[in-house]
Design a protein around this ligand. Sequence first.
Ligand code: GDP
Length: 445
Amino acid sequence: ATFGTLSDRLTATFSALRTKGKLSPADVDGTVREIRKALLDADVALPVVKDFTAAVRERALGDEVNKALNPAQQVVQIVNDELIGILGGQQRRLQFAKNPPTVIMLAGLQGAGKTTLAGKLAQWLKADGHTPLLVACDLQRPNAVQQLQVVAEQAGVAVFAPEPGNGVGDPVRVAKDAVKHAATALHDVVIVDTAGRLGVDAELMKQAGDIRKAIDPDEVLFVIDAMIGQDAVATAKAFQEGVDFTGVVLSKLDGDARGGAALSVASVTGRPIMFASTGEGLGDFEPFYPDRMASRILDLGDILTLIEQAQKAFDEEDARKTAEKFATDSFTLEDFLVQMQQLKQMGSLKGMLGMLPGARGMREQLDNFDERELVRTEAIIQSMTLAERRMPKLLNGSRRLRIAKGSGTTVTEVNALVNRFEQAAKMMKTVAKGGVPQVPGMGPM
Ligand code: GDP
């Protein structure tokens, strides 16, 4: 994942600390130095790194760490706080206009992911009861209008585009007409896709600026490819001066790049990161929560996002029943089987598993994760009797052997599944009761 290396290095730094009882000033200096190197290597902008490490250092040398029961954990907490800070602090939601339609304009370089985002945003808003209209104002790139039509169709929303063959077309005009059309056609949100260039240029900025003036959008979202490295800061500043924007969307967060430049954008521009795009599919999109992203980077897990995604995929009534089962300890392997079958419909299981605390440590397994694993797991559960599924305690050695044979797997695999199930059930029980799960090796968080 994008923050993979950064995350690995930070967690390695912290685990080196964990063996120490008290932290000497030299320990703190060493840790801060490691953090600084990790951030710089991840392409985080220098001024951001400087402020960040200075704040961490000051707090790590202070009383809160000195007096803490577990100083290493306290340092993780401080880094977590500061990371949330550079990511913008609080989550910022979309602002809707008092008098619809709400107008959202997208800006960014070509290839940043604007058109894809238009579809993602539309699908997301539609699921929330809105009636978005997508507007094609990228009249330069061949196929841009058609591409928007394709994502609109996937999302099941309407498109406003100039008639083909009407010459090059005037994007400012199209944008204005679209907003008018939305009001009469009862679209409560208008999403305007604009043209991008491969590099920042004056004409592009002027056009985006003109569209902005003409339609006075409620939100201008600057879409930036998380993989563009050090250029991110300069690009963001250029767009801030040229068009200005109310929020940032990080796209391609699923990529393998260092991604740290994306971490700089919020602090450098003072504009919040509002959404994250994590794949080519329209569902690969989520509101951005600074605290959850910090947790993911520090491998503290992201249980909340996981639960939300599950809620989206599962029926609410089912979810309520499941939560109840967790809370009362009556969640069985049979329920697990049903859930797994639903999970398969949720798309990237790997992505979901990656959100569990400690997932960093399972990176290799995750990378090697093979969807066939699911098939084997299903086969194992299907080879159990109903009684065994409902009462895994029944599973003694000979039963496990029978199940392994029946499912074409090994006893080791059967054991692993039962263990995983028990751990998950235990963790979910705590969550269902409103508690915070205990993570091995980290203490309560
Ligand atoms: P635009 O020029 O800004 O409109 O960018 P597009 O929406 O056309 O996206 C450019 C390319 O990036 C397309 O091939 C998209 O499928 C791809 N893309 C967009 N968002 C993401 C994302 O979050 N992750 C990945 N992996 N690819 C993306």
